[in-house]
Design a protein around this ligand. Structure first.
Ligand code: GLN
Length: 624
């Protein structure tokens, strides 16, 4: 384990299983260490390591995980990735194919007429690929390769000069391949220079831990999960993984994908690297090779791991299926904006026209297809809010489907709004495009669903209420706090209340302060905010004229629980506790009625909260 985590993952069943696997295969001695590169014969046949790296950057390491060895053929997919970046897919395909050869790694398998190597994972294709890396000199070509592989490993890598020289002295078969490639103009300059660069790239020294990180970087779409550095553009990762899947294990490629089911690559020094896209990178190292030239232990270990944890690629993870987390309307759950009784009644009547769908998990074709099917088979609402708070990722295809849906809905008069999506770049971009086609005044992206709901509710109220309720209260007599008092009693109460003006952006109330007063809003807009984990604030409520602020803490005599900020210049009336208390002796009737009104205001809030909570009893629109 990495030292940081040693203490806490002692109990991890994953670590325990890896150690058990390592113990068991330590006794497995089949295969022989490669000797055709003389220097490789010096490897200790008992070296054995297993490493797993996750796409969120955690590494499990067992055995000789820090033992250096040469990368050999495992360099091939990474150099192929670099050549793809330099040349693009189509140009590179004219030089090197992508068909499995079914031949040994060192076979001279070139296309009969054009001399094009069958794939970049056998030596012929790899040497041709190395020659396609852009550079003005062999040294520069090698340095670019070394830097690229280093980005995958997350550290600078060195060449094992002994192994390089050993292969360079003996690698006549690869030289023959180089000359053939030159003959067919697959290589155009000095082919021997390219072969030397290839020998050097094969002699780059890595550890089993490096292999796991390199694999995890491929699993993570080209972004190294340890360093956060991009090793290769994500667009090319699928090409690299494809050739690994079909050709990475030479003439065992078919058996490997059948039994293990992961794109992989092996090298004659005993390394094997396997990738579970989106999830995991695996590195296994043990120098004894089987007849195909693949590490015998590594093959067994990977087969077991794949069975043990269902890692086979064609055994896809569930998750595509429950993308609709919750569906409700504004009649079930409104915004936190405080509304008058008339407004609330209106929203209960018309709130069905504002529909919210909360999506979750990973949005890809299959999960999005269900959402799209569900939404397009129902009666269209006036507003559709797509809440992505619980969406973890979205691919370009899913973003495009939702964008098209929004466009088509808009053409039929449904406004589609997107919330909580700033972490989903493709979706944000799609909706920005959608927004740019919509009428200028419409805002379609909101940071929270609460904001979007408030916006939709305002639009509904504007249309449905011919004479909107006044935005200001002129007299205390209109306020809920004094309901049931006579005109003279209201006047007596008014006499002990003090007017207060709070400028936009300033605080009416600060969380933690003593609750020495109740504040009545007469004019303007104010919002209550509560801190939530992650250092952000969540809006609890928005108050307008007629609202009572701070009555809960006032009643409990507890500190203020939220901070209330003026969103516009706000006019209020403040009732101080000491003044209110003195009413108990001078005007017990007023005192009692005001208390009852405070209790009613609290009951009203509780009722709304209970009603809103009912939304979680709703079944999602679609399941399974
Ligand atoms: N450098 C080695 C060779 O070309 C790489 C082969 C391998 O790892 N399979 O022979």
């Amino acid at each position: 384990m990495t030292t940081d985590h040693r203490s806490c993952d002692e109990l991890s069943p994953i670590r325990i299983r890896l150690e058990e696997l390592h113990r068991r295969y330590q006794a497995f001695h089949e295969g022989t260490v490669a000797t055709y590169i003389p220097e490789l014969a010096h490897a200790n046949p008992d070296w054995f390591a297993i490493c797993l790296a996750t796409t969120d950057g955690f590494i499990y390491e067992v055995g000789d995980f820090a033992q250096p060895f040469t990368i050999q053929s495992i360099s091939k997919p990474f150099v192929y990735g670099l050549a793809l970046e330099d040349n693009g897919r189509n140009a590179l395909l004219t030089k090197v194919g992508v068909e499995p050869s079914g031949d040994a790694f060192n076979a001279i398998s070139l296309h009969k007429t054009n001399g094009r190597p069958l794939n970049p994972m056998i030596n012929a294709g790899a040497i041709a690929t190395t020659g396609q890396v852009r550079a003005s000199s062999p040294t520069e070509r090698f340095e670019r390769i070394r830097a690229c592989i280093g980005r995958f490993a997350g550290r600078p890598l060195e060449v094992d000069v002994g192994v390089y020289e050993s292969e360079s002295r003996t690698g006549h078969r690869n030289r023959a391949i180089g000359h053939l490639l030159r003959n067919f103009d697959v290589l155009t300059d000095d082919p021997m220079a390219d072969v030397e660069v290839y020998f050097r790239q094969c002699a780059i020294s890595v550890t089993c831990r490096d292999l796991a990180v390199m694999a995890a970087t491929l699993a993570n779409h080209g972004l190294n999960p340890m360093t956060g550095e991009r090793a290769i553009s994500g667009d090319h990762v699928e090409c690299v993984l494809s050739v690994m899947a079909s050709c990475g294990m030479y003439d065992y490629a078919g058996g490997w994908i059948y039994h293990v089911g992961m794109p992989a690559k092996s090298g004659v020094a005993g390394g094997v690297l396997a990738v579970l896209p989106g999830q995991l990178g695996i590195g296994v190292f043990s120098p004894r090779l089987d007849d195909h030239g693949n590490s015998a232990r590594a093959i067994r270990v990977c087969e077991e791991l794949s069975r043990l944890w269902d890692l086979h690629q064609f055994d896809p993870p569930p998750g595509a299926h429950h993308a609709m987390r919750l569906a409700y309307t504004a009649a079930d759950h409104g915004s936190t904006r405080s509304r008058s009784a008339a407004e609330r009644a209106c929203l209960r009547r018309h709130g069905e026209g504002i529909r919210v769908v909360e999506l979750q998990g990973s949005l890809m074709f299959s999960s999005t297809e269900r959402i799209v099917r569900d939404l397009s088979n129902r009666e269209l609402p006036s507003f559709l809010v797509i809440d992505c708070h619980h969406v973890t990722e979205v691919n370009a295809a899913a973003a495009a489907l939702l964008f098209e849906l929004a466009d088509r809905f808009a053409a039929r008069g449904t406004t589609v709004l997107l919330t909580h999506a700033t972490h989903l770049a493709p979706l944000e971009a799609a909706f920005r495009r959608h927004e740019s086609r919509s009428p200028a005044e419409s805002r379609l992206r909101f940071s929270t669903t609460d904001d979007a709901l408030e916006w939709c509710e305002d639009a509904v109220l504007e249309k449905a209420m011919p004479s909107p309720p006044p935005r200001t209260l002129d007299r205390l007599a209109d306020h809920g706090l004094v309901r049931g008092l006579t005109a003279t009693q209201v006047e007596r109460l008014a006499a002990i209340m003090k007017p207060m003006i709070v400028r936009r952006g300033d605080r009416l109330v600060t969380a933690g302060d003593e609750a020495a007063s109740i504040i009545l809003l007469i004019r303007g807009l104010a919002s209550a905010w509560n801190p939530i984990p992650g250092g952000r604030d969540r809006r609890l409520a928005t108050f307008t004229a007629g609202a009572m602020v701070g009555e809960m803490a006032f009643a409990e005599e507890s500190p203020r629980s939220a901070t209330v900020i003026a969103e516009s210049d706000v006019e209020c009336l403040v009732l101080q506790r000491s003044d209110f208390d003195s009413l108990r002796d001078t005007d017990p009737g007023i005192h009692a009625v005001v208390w009852r009104n405070i209790a009613c205001a609290i009951a009203d809030k509780l009722r709304k909260a209970n009603h809103d909570l009912g939304v979680y009893d709703h079944a999602p629109l679609s399941r399974g």
